[in-house]
Design a protein around this ligand. Structure first.
Ligand code: UTP
Length: 290
């Protein structure tokens, strides 16, 4: 079945990027001239997704405003002859059919994804973590969809993480299949000891899930950090039918981390057609004095 639906969980508290996220959702943190979540929606659309559910909570209303029309602003842009900006602003509201639902309590990523049950129905669907921006020529979400279509199994985006950091992430048991594809048969969220580490491959930012995940989530107790972990539910799938791990191409920026937000700003600005050149010259000037 074709994957046309995506879920973007964006209801986390963003405690690692405070105070920026005291009143503003971390998914709205700006990278150059767009909020992080717009890059993520664009990646989904470029992967063939037509319907997107964004999981929000209290205080995240500006995410809805960003993907809505803005008549007063649009009128002003037309009146002042700024037609290019007008086109760009209007196109944001036409990217996809975007829906919103609230996660009423912040009980973890697994709990957030479970809020998507009635939107998803009985179809496979993509999950794009709302604080992970991935930039690349071949959209990461699309790479996972292709793996799902080829093997008929759920697919997770994976990357090797440094040994001293695996304790902050999930750790996957994998066997190489072909090219950048792996068969994953077990996983653990935030391993506590060296012995519990299955490999340095971790799930980072994206997955394509089958709808049987919802019944599994219903029966998943709180795990690491007292939260209902998506990894714990995916583990059941991995152990029973197996999951495909996709070591996707593209650079991931963690917008839930202060250093990650700085890396995103610098690297994405350098790629910007208008700002890239003057920004590169500016950086060369200050790097000389570091
Ligand atoms: P994180 O664990 O990075 O989000 O979840 P967080 O809770 O905001 O992080 P801290 O407070 O800085 O440690 C990854 C993604 O899952 C969403 C987040 O918004 C983020 O996009 N999430 C997390 C939810 O939607 N609901 C939750 O209950 C937890």
């Amino acid at each position: 079945m074709k994957v046309t639906k995506a879920v973007i969980p964006a209801a986390g508290l963003g405690t690692r990027v405070l105070p920026a996220t005291k009143a503003m959702p971390k998914e709205m943190l700006t990278i150059v001239d767009k909020p992080a979540i717009q890059y993520i929606v664009e990646e989904a659309v470029n992967s063939g997704i037509t319907d997107i559910l964004i999981i929000t909570n209290r205080g995240k209303g500006i995410i809805e405003d960003h993907f809505d029309r803005a008549p007063e602003l649009e009128d002003r842009l037309i009146a002042s002859g700024k037609n290019d900006v007008y086109d760009e602003i209007v196109s944001i509201s036409k990217l996809a059919n975007i829906y919103f639902v609230r996660q009423k309590e912040t009980k973890g990523l697994g709990h957030a994804v479970n809020c998507a049950r009635s939107f998803v129905g009985n179809e496979p669907f993509a999950v794009l973590y709302g604080d992970d921006v991935i930039i690349g020529d071949d959209p990461a979400c699309g790479q996972l969809i292709r793996a799902y279509e080829k093997y008929g199994k759920a697919a997770v985006g994976i990357k090797a993480v440094p040994e001293d950091q695996i304790f902050k992430y999930s750790s996957l048991k994998v066997d190489h299949l072909e090219d950048n594809l792996y068969s994953c048969t077990d996983m653990i969220e935030k391993p506590k000891t060296k012995e519990a580490v299955l490999s340095l491959f971790s799930i980072l930012g994206r997955c394509v899930l089958t709808p049987d995940i919802f019944d599994i989530l219903d029966n998943t107790p709180p795990g690491a950090g007292g939260e209902i972990q998506l990894t714990d539910a995916m583990r059941t799938l991995a152990q029973s039918v197996g999951i495909i791990g996709v070591d996707y191409t593209g650079k991931r920026y963690d917008m839930g981390d202060k250093l990650g937000t700085l890396q995103a700003t610098v690297e994405i600005a350098l790629r910007n057609p208008k700002l890239g050149e003057p920004f590169r010259n500016y950086l060369k000037g200050i790097v000389a004095d570091l």
